[in-house]
Write a protein that binds this ligand. Structure first.
Ligand code: GTP
Length: 368
């Protein structure tokens, strides 16, 4: 098996954090999202991945180089944005795909515990019935944000409707992970082209599109709420019972941990602080005395004074926070920002990277 991962989007909805890193390198429980995906691909025996990059392309090369977990990595850089199908066509010439080998393609901003070899096995069965593509499907309550898929008894896609406005009969949505046969390239063009709006409806009409329902965990990290939800889900799986401490940590018996809590390497927590529930702290984070951190992700190398409260928010890498600061209500602090003592940032205040904040603010607003 080989794979193509779409990794080139600018991730505008996650600004300011995506001003300084691509969305796929956002940490999930202290590891970039894409790193988790590489691990799963390697478990399934995928030998080569083409990363379709564009925005901040060099960050991927710097982080992953030419190989990860035994998976060879090649980079396909687009001259301009090409949607969800164009980049896959562009990668064709870089792929060494055997005649009957499956190509996995996916939106890179998805967290999922799918076993890719299972998807391959299902696709091989679809192929025997003339299938060119098998889409991973996921059941959700509210389908309106997604592509909705109706299946027949044989697992063939009867209809594919992108972001339906009206009523639909199915709760199964396109999970953004596909298995393709080589023939898919006959349906793709090297221009800005949409898989969901152009390719899948045509394949469905030709009865060559199949579906496979995934019943484990799934979610994209498109918006801050989604990003936090995925982190908390992983924290529950890794650290539900007691704090997960990755390496050494410094704290005394007055510190209260309420799981799930994850502490990166070399975290220091001051006396009488309360960490959790749902707190993920990156490497070298220093928290002062009597702080409270809940429902929060703190990136690497953050320093925080005493008496701070951080709730339902995200603090970017290398941020420096004074004493008695309150950050809450879905606020997001960009990398290397400096927040002065006594500042209160309430309700969706987004602080740009390196910004020095000296006054309190109530959002929604951006501090540029
Ligand atoms: P927003 O700007 O916040 O909508 O995020 P995004 O730029 O990531 O767009 P979207 O969420 O629609 O993208 C879903 C997946 O496709 C992500 O993994 C993106 O990196 C990827 N993607 C989106 N557009 C392109 C593109 O033009 N080229 C490539 N190679 N990948 C893309």
């Amino acid at each position: 098996m080989k794979a193509v991962i779409l990794a080139g989007g600018p991730g505008t909805r996650l600004r300011p954090l995506t001003c300084t890193r691509p969305k796929l390198l956002m940490p999930i429980a202290n590891r970039p999202l894409l790193d988790w995906t590489f691990e799963r691909l390697s478990w399934a025996g995928v030998s080569e991945v083409i990363l379709a990059v564009n925005y901040l392309a060099e960050s991927f090369q710097q982080y992953f180089g030419k190989e990860r977990y035994g998976v060879k990595i090649k980079y396909s850089r687009e001259p301009r944005a090409m949607g969800t199908a164009g980049p896959i066509k562009l990668s064709e010439k870089m792929l060494t795909l055997d005649e009957d080998e499956t190509l996995i393609a996916m939106n890179g901003d998805i967290w999922c515990d799918l076993d890719f070899s299972m998807l391959d096995a299902v696709h091989r069965k679809s192929r025997e019935k003339g299938g060119v593509a098998t889409i991973t499907l996921y059941e959700v309550e509210d389908v309106s944000r997604y592509g909705v898929v109706e299946l027949d008894r044989e697992g063939r896609v009867k209809a594919f409707v992108e972001k339906p406005g009206g009523k639909v009969r199915s709760r199964l949505i396109n999970a953004g992970i596909y298995a393709f046969s080589r023939e898919i390239f006959d349906y793709l063009e090297a221009r800005k082209m949409s898989m969901e709006r152009e390719v899948f409806p045509r394949l469905a009409e030709e009865k060559r599109l199949y579906g496979f329902q995934h019943k484990g965990e799934w979610g994209d990290i498109g918006k801050f709420e989604d990003y936090l939800r995925v982190n908390f889900q992983v924290a529950e799986a890794l650290a539900a019972g007691k704090p997960r401490i990755e390496g050494s940590a410094e704290y005394n018996s007055t510190v209260k941990f309420v799981p799930p809590v994850i502490l990166g390497e070399n975290v220091k927590v001051g006396a009488n602080s309360k960490i959790g529930p749902y707190a993920i702290l990156g490497r070298n984070v220093k928290v002062g005395e009597s702080c409270q951190l809940t429902e929060t992700v703190v990136f690497d190398n953050v320093e925080m004074g005493g008496g701070c409260l951080v709730k339902s928010s995200i603090v970017g890498e290398g941020v420096s926070i004074g004493d008695s600061v309150r950050i809450s209500g879905g606020s997001v602090i960009g990398d290397l920002a400096i927040i002065a003592s006594n500042v209160k940032l309430t309700r969706k205040v987004y602080v740009c990277p390196r910004k020095e904040v000296e006054k309190s603010a109530v959002g929604p607003k951006r501090l540029v």
